[in-house]
Design a protein around this ligand. Structure first.
Ligand code: HEM
Length: 497
């Protein structure tokens, strides 16, 4: 990757603009007198579409191409001005420090909104401040041991279905696993199971359609009576019907199912004693289903993709599983928490292949970022995929190296450079739940199975709203049988067969 021009190596107060040229006139707001003209994307914009088509055709390449141009690079999607941030400090400024200038918005958030409505992932600051405290309690750390029990049971069932020498579609199996986990922890009734099934069926269509609509924001084009547009509308109606049914059922029963949805429906605003309306609850279910299943599936698929290509990493993981879990099919919560290296693997895969590879914000007013004038209404693009490859924070960034995350190895610059869960008040609600589910799954797989890439299939990177290795196929080879090992059997288990 090309080297970067960076401002972030300097303390914030010492930063100087790259070139002190006057910016094209901001109209209002608190803009400093000295701003610079940001470089623009080298790719040529098309009339009406701007860089939208390049973004749809090769999203990663488009953002990678802008990295060497500077910390803030200007481009266009449709007729809307966009700014790519190539500096994690600037991204944090947008997400954390300067809340008055930026809010949820821009193509990524609009794509999310098309699927989830005004759920937490897409709501503006005012709605968000009211909604977040209503959802937060369901994801407290204290609830984790309960969820981990369910995750383990689901993971054990998933790997039980594999056969020695068989071949699996990793993405499909992972999707089924995380749907199971989500259903049993978040929406545990039979209607919830059905809603999750409908979500699973409609999601690829919805995400695909939402991504295209966000990147090519030309209304009439998406209303043409084309098969793709009709399928998208149908998927939308099916999902709405499923969400309707689930909320109606929970309201009618007025019963605590012990799941996240029951908690969300029962929670009340401390000041007003108001809960969420039915339509708000529906939006939150979509948000949680979208936020969890798709991302966890992609992350596990990436983890396995990297692990099987790095035998030394795989061996160390097996060693840790052997030592800490001692062959147990049902390790307890404390044991799982001790899987330090296994968790590092998950974090490193998340760094190199972030499922949420890009997200956006909207500039609410004329403002300034890194010395660049940002006009009101601009879209700000934060791209963890490129930010996680910043060599000043992650030396030799393309190398898959879980030891970067070993206790004692993590510098503050590195920690600040990781944006795989976003940051600030809008940081991912499942930032513990998600990676824990993936670690539990990886432990269940690694304890019993050795996976190898199936040479009959090629892996390809699929970049939509989420980033995944697509339907990669792997062969499954038994490392050890399912039954919990006895004391003598444990001694016989060769580390990392
Ligand atoms: C490893 C899996 C996951 C990844 C990579 C991931 C990634 C992210 C990212 C990058 C954001 C920030 C987006 C932005 O700022 O616009 C986010 C937000 C969010 N995520 Fe996750 N997520 C994961 C798992 C989950 C799970 C398990 C849940 C729910 C159970 C969840 C629910 C949410 C919600 C509700 C938000 C919006 C938070 C807010 O705006 O307050 N995510 N996620």
């Amino acid at each position: 990757m090309a080297s970067r021009i960076r401002l972030s190596g300097l303390p914030r107060t010492d930063r100087q603009p790259l070139r002190a040229e006057p910016a094209p006139g901001p109209t209002s707001g608190e803009v400093p007198t000295m701003t610079i003209n940001p470089p623009t994307a080298t790719a040529k914009p098309l009339p009406l579409l701007g860089h939208g088509l390049q973004l749809v055709r090769d999203p990663l390449g488009f953002f990678e191409g802008m990295v060497s141009q500077g910390p803030v690079v200007r481009f266009k999607v449709g007729t809307r001005p966009g700014f790519a941030l190539n500096d994690a400090d600037l991204a944090r400024e947008v997400l954390i420090t300067d809340r008055t200038s930026y809010d949820k918005g821009g193509p990524f958030i609009e794509a999310v909104r098309m699927v989830t409505g005004n759920g937490l992932g897409a709501s503006n600051a005012a709605d968000h401040d009211r909604q977040r405290p209503l959802l937060q309690p369901a994801f407290q750390h204290s609830r984790l041991p309960t969820y981990v029990g369910v995750m383990q049971a689901c993971a054990a069932e998933a790997v039980d279905r594999w056969t020695d020498g068989g071949s699996i579609d990793v993405y499909a199996d992972a999707y089924r696993l995380f749907s199971d986990i989500t259903t049993r922890t978040l929406v545990s009734t039979s209607t919830g199971v059905e809603a999750t099934r409908v979500m699973g069926e409609t999601m690829p269509v919805l995400l695909d359609g939402a991504f295209r609509r966000a990147m090519v924001p030309v209304e009439w084009f998406h209303r043409l009576p084309l098969p793709a547009n009709r399928t998208y509308q149908q998927a939308h109606s099916d999902l709405t019907a499923a969400m309707d049914e689930i909320v109606t059922q929970y309201r009618a029963e007025d019963y605590d199912h012990g799941d996240v949805l029951s908690m969300i429906m029962a929670s009340r605003d401390q000041d007003t004693d108001q809960g969420l309306t039915d339509s708000e609850v529906q939006d939150q279910i979509r948000t949680v289903l979208l936020g969890s299943i798709e991302t966890e599936t992609s992350l596990l698929a990436w983890v396995l993709h990297h692990v099987v290509r790095h035998p030394e990493v795989e061996q160390r993981m097996w060693d840790e599983l052997n030592t800490v879990l001692k062959g147990s099919a049902a390790p307890d919560f404390e044991q799982l928490m001790q899987l330090t290296y296994t968790k590092q693997i998950v974090t490193e895969a998340h760094r190199l292949s972030p499922p949420v590879w890009m997200f956006t914000r909207l500039a609410l007013r004329d403002t300034e970022l890194g010395g660049v004038a940002i006009p009101r209404g601009s879209d700000i693009y934060i791209c963890p995929y490129t930010l996680h490859r910043d060599p000043t924070r992650f030396p030799d960034p393309e190398r898959f190296d879980p030891d970067r995350w070993a206790p004692g190895n993590v510098s503050s610059a590195q920690r600040q450079g990781f944006l795989g869960f976003g940051a600030g008040r809008t940081k991912c609600l499942g930032d513990v739940f998600g990676p824990t589910a993936v670690t539990v799954a990886l432990a269940a797989i690694g304890t019993r199975w050795r996976l190898r890439e199936d040479p009959a299939f090629t892996t390809r990177t699929v970049t939509k709203v989420t980033l995944s290795p697509g339907h990669q196929h792997m062969t499954t080879h038994l490392r050890r049988p399912a039954a919990p090992a006895t004391e003598s059997e444990r001694d016989e288990v060769p580390a990392g067969l």
